[in-house]
Write a protein that binds this ligand. Structure first.
Ligand code: C2O
Ligand code: CU
Ligand code: CU
Length: 537
């Protein structure tokens, strides 16, 4: 199958020339945020669907099924997930082949208790290697889904001659068929998610469906009067494009995902779909009672950023009361009329629909979209009910990582790579993104932070780069030289670094020694080498 190539909004060479200037000019932020690919607020390019787009608000919001353990003992819950090909009806009347955990998209939701060991046996019945990463998990290195720790297909797999960025050092701890991922779950209640992390192919494999929620609960959270049960709902938001036959449209150089990594050069900045899915359904609708709901919002898009708001806004009070971030409950709730969310970030919010009259239709809109992507889903308020839930003024106690106690500052520069070799810019090492001017090499450790010590990590960017650190969460202490932004509260594991900006975070690794990574969570950037490894010692 071939893809028609979109005419670039400007020739590649002048883009590169322009980018060379970005770090140096004061006007860079304004220019870059207009988007080199022409989409405001995004570092990515729109890939239009070839199938007719469905009408919004025609399908109910699906809730991914909660996975039951196959057995439990005094300390541990055991789960089994089979990664397999499946078919979903996402656009009405069309069949979309997916790669799915248990063959579904999103995958089943795992729900575990803080402190209870969770062992997930993954069996790979897909035709491609995988690596499973629990995003936000405080996980020993050998279960963290390091991108070269491949779980090969049950039916076997031969590494092709061309192996992407890592060359012959591509293979790590490789297992065939099935393996256990062990999660001690020594961490607080939080909204985590699991997704594929295969070296060079994370973008297309997540795009085809390999993503699911993993919720961790604890006693502190359970004691709060927040909405719960049917009124505690995970929302996985992501964008996709579709071929005329209903297949996901993605501009891979190798559609079989066997050997050549990367995407067509026009899409190396990232891929924006024109259909917005929530929990796998296009622009769904949810009936809600006039009561408080807790929504665990995850941006599982490859590259798209959103600015979420409620339209109409409530007559009084804020649209959203944020109660949690990537790493769990905030100390105190934060009110927002809109929420800006970059790929992989989570916002745990409470929406009070009693501020609306029964019968009102409330749209979750996206201020960073255009046309149909400026809508996400719709809530229909049904009736007044009794509601005992509330949002207390104090949610949790959060230990502050004191920057004055930091033992060092490390700088991490996130930049587009300089052209190497092939001037056409298609394929090969020319299409890449760098950290500290280097492509990812799974064998090279770029830092050796000591367990228990606080460090300041400074992320410096040319364009939009949602930066994620594995193993332990961090706290944002500075943005652009000033105070943290309104979306930076609490424990974070992914931070939205915007064009020509720097963000300082305080991080402290604990418990587990080994190789971990930090990377850009724009999955096209990640696949095109924007990762770095560090070894905790
Ligand atoms: Cu969600 Cu290393 O990734
Ligand atoms: Cu992660
Ligand atoms: Cu990036």
């Amino acid at each position: 199958m071939s893809f028609s190539r979109r005419t670039p909004s400007r020739p590649n060479l002048s883009r590169r020339g322009f980018l060379g200037l970005v770090g140096a000019t004061g006007a860079a932020a304004a220019l870059a945020s207009c988007g080199l690919g022409g989409v405001a607020g995004q570092t990515a390019d729109l890939l239009p669907s070839r199938a007719p787009l469905p009408k919004p608000f025609r399908v109910p919001l699906p809730i991914p099924p909660v996975k039951r353990p196959t057995r439990s003992d005094g300390t541990t819950d055991y789960y089994e997930i089979v990664q397999q090909a499946g078919v979903a009806e996402i656009l009405p009347g069309l069949r979309t082949p997916i790669l799915g955990y248990d063959g579904i998209f999103p995958g089943p939701t795992l729900v575990t208790r803080s402190g209870r060991r969770t062992v997930v046996r993954h069996r790979n019945e897909l035709p491609v290697p995988v690596a499973v990463h629990l995003h936000g998990g405080h996980t020993p290195a050998d279960s963290d889904g390091y991108p070269t720790d491949l779980l090969l297909p049950v039916k076997g797999w031969k590494p092709p001659a061309h192996q992407g960025h890592g060359g012959s050092s591509m293979l790590g701890r490789v297992t065939k068929g099935e393996r256990d991922y062990v999660y001690p779950m020594r961490q607080r209640a939080a909204t985590l998610w699991y997704h594929d992390h295969r070296m060079d192919f994370t973008g297309p494999q997540v795009y085809r469906g390999l993503a699911g929620f993993h919720l961790v609960h604890d006693d502190e959270e359970a004691a709060l009067p927040l909405p719960e049960g049917d009124r505690d709902i995970p929302l996985m938001i992501c964008d996709r494009s579709f071929e005329a036959d209903g297949a996901f449209r993605y501009p891979s150089l190798d559609r079989t995902l066997q050997s050549t990594p990367g995407v067509l050069a026009d899409y190396m900045e990232g891929i924006l779909g024109d259909v917005i899915l929530v929990n796998g359904a296009p622009w769904p609708e949810l009936e809600v009672e006039a009561a408080r709901y807790r929504f665990r919002i995850l941006n599982a898009s490859n590259a798209r950023r959103y600015r979420l708001a409620l339209t109409p806004a409530p007559n009084e009070g804020p649209g959203f009361v944020q109660v949690g971030a990537d790493g769990g409950l905030l100390e105190r709730p934060v009110e927002h009329d809109a929420i800006e969310i970059a790929p992989a970030e989570r916002f745990d919010v409470v929406v009070d629909f009693s501020a609306y009259k029964p019968g009102t239709e409330v749209t979750l809109t996206n201020g960073l979209g255009g046309g149909q992507t400026s809508q996400v889903m719709r809530f229909r308020v049904t009736r007044k009910v009794k509601d005992d839930s509330r949002v207390p003024d104090r949610l949790s106690r959060i230990e502050r990582l004191d920057p004055a106690k930091a033992v060092r500052t490390r700088e991490w520069h996130f930049r587009r790579g300089a052209p190497q070799g092939d001037p056409s810019g298609i394929g090969g090492s020319n299409v890449h993104w760098t950290i500290n001017n280097k492509d990812f090499d799974p064998k090279r450790m770029d830092a050796a932070p000591k367990l228990g010590q606080i460090e300041i990590w400074r992320f410096i960017s040319d364009l939009h780069h949602p930066v994620h650190i594995h193993l332990d969460p961090f706290q944002v202490i500075k943005r652009g030289g000033g105070a943290p932004g309104v979306y930076d509260a609490g424990w974070k594991d992914t931070v939205d670094v915007r064009p020509a900006e720097y963000v300082d975070v305080a991080v402290r690794f604990t418990d587990y020694r080994g190789a971990y990574m930090l990377h850009c969570h724009n999955l096209e950037h990640e696949d095109m080498a924007m990762m770095a490894a560090y070894e905790t010692v």
